[in-house]
Every structure is written in C-alpha cells, then in structure tokens.
Design a protein around this ligand. Structure first.
Ligand SMILES: *[C@@H]1O[C@H](CO)[C@@H](O)[C@H](O)[C@H]1NC(C)=O
Ligand SMILES: *[C@@H]1O[C@H](CO)[C@@H](O)[C@H](O)[C@H]1NC(C)=O
Ligand SMILES: *[C@@H]1O[C@H](CO)[C@@H](O)[C@H](O)[C@H]1NC(C)=O
Ligand SMILES: *[C@@H]1O[C@H](CO)[C@@H](O)[C@H](O)[C@H]1NC(C)=O
Ligand SMILES: *[C@@H]1O[C@H](CO)[C@@H](O)[C@H](O)[C@H]1NC(C)=O
Length: 420
C-alpha cells in the first residue's frame, strides 16, 4: 500500500479511565491512572483476572471466526474453539453492575469520535486487536443502551444503509448485532467518508456498564467481521493522512493515539520496526524472543500487539518454560495460567525482536501480591490457550505501556521506541 504524503497528522488524547464524559469529537484529555487487575490494597484481584482471561479468549475466538469467514481456512495451529464461559463461582459477579464497571476500567483506552452530518458524538475504545467500528443504534431500546450515545440514521444527511447484518458473537450469552451503514466518521478532525460501521440494535448485558459506546478497530481487513475497509485504511485511501501510520502511547498519564505518523515528542531515538505476518489480519510481528535476565526462555515467537488486551498471554506450556527461568516463581492458578515471583526481587523481563530488548518495568509486570501479606507477586504474563497456535503470544498493555508503539501500513510493520 502506498501512502502519499498529503495532509495533516492529528493527535488524539486518550482517556485513561472511565467516567461519564461530556464531549464532542476531536481531542480529549487524559484523566489519570487507570486501574489494573490489582486491588486497592495491592493484592492480586484473582476473580477479575479470571474474568479477563475469559474475555480475552472470547475476543480472540471471535476474531478467529471472522478470519475463518473471510478467508475460508485457518493456518495450522489456529482453531475455532468453544467460547469460554465465566466459571460458576464468578457468574454472579460477572453480571453485577459494580464489578463490571471496575473490570472495564481495565480493558480500554477511550476517545471521542463523531459520526454523521451533523455530527453525532461517541466514546469508543481504540482497539488494535480488531477491525470493525460499531456503536449503539437509536433503535436499541434495551436498558443496556440507555446510558450510551446512540446513532440516529435519520438525523444524518450523509447516512446510507447497506445490505446484510453485522453480528459479533462472543459465546452463548454475549453478542453485538445490528444493520450495516456507511456515513462520515471523524476522529480528531480527520474525516473518512462512506465508512462502513454498524449501529448495533442489540448489545448483550456485559456491555451495560462498559464506559464506552462501542469499539473502533485498528487492525487489518482480514480480521473484519464487516469485511469492509477499516476506518484508518479509509483515511489512507481517501488521502486524509500524511503517513499510513499511527502511534500509541499508553500510560498512566498522557496517553495518546496519533493518526498519520508518530508523535516525535513522545519518544527518543529511532523507531525499531519489525515486519508483520499479515496472514491473520493482526499486528503480528515475527521472530521475537522472551527475555528473563540474561536468558531467552522462549524463541521464534509471533507476537500480536493488542491495545485491547490488558495483560500478556502465551500458550500454557511456553509460559511454564518462561517462569521456570524466573527464580522463586510459583504457580498461582494452573487452570488460569497465573504465576508469581518474589515481590522483593522482580525478574528483569522483556521481549526482543532481534535488536534492542524492550524491558517491561517491574511496576508494569506486577499484578499485585498473591494475598495480603504474601511475599509473592503475580506476573502480568499468563498461560492461556486462546486457539492461536503453539507460538503466538498476545502482548497487551502490560507490554505497550513500556514503549512507544508505531503501527505502519506503509511498512506493514510494528515499531517500538523508547518513551521520552
Ligand atoms: C504467519 O502466521 C501464521 C499464523 O500464526 C503461521 O501459521 C505462519 O507460519 C506465519 N508465517 C510466517 C512466515 O511466519
Ligand atoms: C437482518 O436483521 C433483521 C432484524 O433481525 C432481519 O429482519 C433481516 O432479515 C436481516 N437481514 C439479513 C440479510 O440477514
Ligand atoms: C537496531 O535498531 C536501531 C534503531 O533502534 C536501528 O538503527 C538499527 O539499524 C537496528 N539494527 C538492526 C540490526 O536491526
Ligand atoms: C483458579 O481459577 C478457577 C477458575 O477458572 C477457580 O475456580 C479456582 O478456584 C482458581 N484456583 C485457585 C487456586 O484460586
Ligand atoms: C492486610 O494485612 C494487614 C496486616 O498484615 C492488615 O492491617 C490489613 O487490614 C489487611 N488488609 C486486608 C484487606 O485484609
């Protein structure tokens, strides 16, 4: 894909935590530190972490189904599996409003967009792990949509209804569905016309307390359920951005998505780029190795860089190998793939794609003490079989918070740079 350097680059400050936000399109302001899977008293929130595992498995199983539908087959090792459901003991909590609000504080980097003419404002999660745009429709009359912004097609002079329906299924009890439309979509002043999206008429209950209205996916077409050009690629094809690249800084403060290049004020030195394996439509870099101190327990990894996932995951056996290299490590929950390490001597962990080792700070690696008073802390890298094959790892915020990340359609590469 060629990107003609033409127009502008824009900055979108991402909101780091959930709050009722009154705002319109464009730039929004970071609000502060978002929570983690750690309780206020510094202990590991085991239940919340299990719910996050279930959610991640569902999201990737949904992604795998999208790819399967678009391509007709999956590469070796990738599998459409049963969707995990919430373990029995946690059911109540999963549908309770209070804890879900907490849970969702974890998973999302929010920002404002607008759709239609005149513009209708929405708050979306910017997700590099999916490719579609959806927001609630004014036809969604359930209580789940009641606190959210809703798209009213008849109020927009630029709207156009398309054939077919959109449906994202996350297992039996959760889904998003609605018709398919095109309209103008604007993010921080950059406007894509004729952008496909779905105004969802049905949202399942797990979205009720989600602080966002919907999701704006930033991955490739192959992972799109709509099988339509994703938003940023529409900006590219319409010549709206000066570079076919966007950059993320995710942090407690000053989180930012930069569209049309990278924000050079946020990193130092040059960006180390690594080409991606495009077969699945994700930002999936190859040739990575894990680093623990001076050792590399896992090599030849494929790593999906995903702003929509809070922690990091690898296949269970690979994660066992990883923690075997961490002195003093212990299993916390074998089923859920959580391990601990001595809080007073955190391991020096990171990833390398063949050049610099990108270290994960001990703060970003620490999910909290196993229990109150425990000298062991839970690591932000867990073993889960997500159906992604034997060497694919998912690097979410626990990794992304340590680096400036560039996502380049020009180079079909992901780049990392040191934060300024
Ligand atoms: C690309 O990714 C797919 C899915 O993980 C894998 O099967 C394939 O071997 C990878 N190709 C390369 C060249 O790494
Ligand atoms: C789309 O969904 C609506 C409402 O459920 C239904 O009436 C319509 O037949 C569906 N259209 C297609 C093409 O599946
Ligand atoms: C290593 O990364 C630096 C930028 O951080 C780059 O200048 C250099 O060419 C890279 N070396 C290799 C071997 O990739
Ligand atoms: C591990 O997680 C499961 C849920 O998958 C839970 O039922 C179990 O109690 C947890 N085990 C421990 C030791 O906490
Ligand atoms: C944790 O332990 C300390 C003393 O070791 C105690 O004061 C505190 O109340 C405990 N917190 C919880 C949440 O149990």
């Amino acid at each position: 894909m060629f990107c003609k350097a033409t127009l502008v680059s824009v900055v979108l400050a991402l909101l780091a935590i959930a709050n009722p936000i009154a705002q319109n399109s464009g730039v929004s302001v970071a609000l502060g530190k978002r929570s983690t899977l750690t309780r206020p008293d510094g202990t590991f929130d085991h239940e919340k972490a299990v719910l996050h595992n279930v959610k991640t498995q569902k999201y990737y199983q949904r992604n795998i189904r999208n790819v399967l539908a678009n391509k007709g087959s999956l590469p070796e090792g990738w599998e459409a599996r049963e969707f995990r459901s919430v373990p029995a003991g946690l059911q109540k909590r999963a549908t309770g409003s209070v804890s879900l609000t907490d849970e969702d504080d974890d998973a999302e980097w929010l920002g404002g967009i607008s759709i239609g003419t005149p513009s209708q404002p929405f708050i979306v999660q910017f997700d590099t792990g999916s490719s579609d745009l959806w927001i609630p429709s004014s036809s969604c009359s359930s209580s789940i949509c009641s606190g959210k912004h809703k798209y009213k097609a008849s109020d927009s002079v630029t709207t156009s209804k398309k054939g077919g329906n959109f449906s994202l299924v996350y297992g039996d009890e959760s889904s998003v569905s609605g018709p398919i439309y095109t309209d103008v979509v604007t993010v921080a002043g950059l406007t894509a016309t004729g952008q496909h999206f779905s105004p969802a008429t049905t949202l399942s209950s797990e979205f009720a307390d989600d602080p966002t209205d919907g999701v704006l996916g930033l991955a490739y077409l192959a992972a799109s359920r709509l099988n339509a050009t994703p938003f940023f690629n529409t900006l590219i094809s319409q010549g709206r951005v000066s570079a076919c690249e966007f950059g993320f800084k995710l942090a407690s403060k000053g989180s930012e998505l930069y569209l049309g290049g990278t924000d050079t004020s946020l990193y130092t030195g040059s960006i180390e780029y690594h080409s991606i394996n495009q077969s699945m439509g994700f930002w999936q870099t190859t040739g990575a190795k894990s680093v623990v101190g001076s050792t590399s327990p896992n090599t030849n990894l494929e790593t999906i860089i995903d702003s929509g996932t809070t922690i990091m995951y690898g296949p269970p056996s690979a994660i066992k190998t990883f923690y075997a290299a961490v002195s003093g490590s212990e299993v916390v929950n074998a089923t859920e793939g959580f391990y601990s390490y001595p809080c007073n001597s955190p391991p020096a962990v990171g990833f390398s794609w063949g050049n610099k080792t990108w270290q994960i700070s001990s703060d970003n690696f620490n999910l909290g003490q196993v229990n109150n008073g425990s000298s062991q802390c839970v690591g932000a890298l867990a073993g889960q079989d997500l159906g992604l094959g034997s060497n694919v790892w998912l690097l979410g915020d626990s990794f992304m918070k340590n680096v400036y990340t560039a996502f380049s359609f020009d180079k079909n590469a992901v780049g990392f740079a040191s934060l300024a």
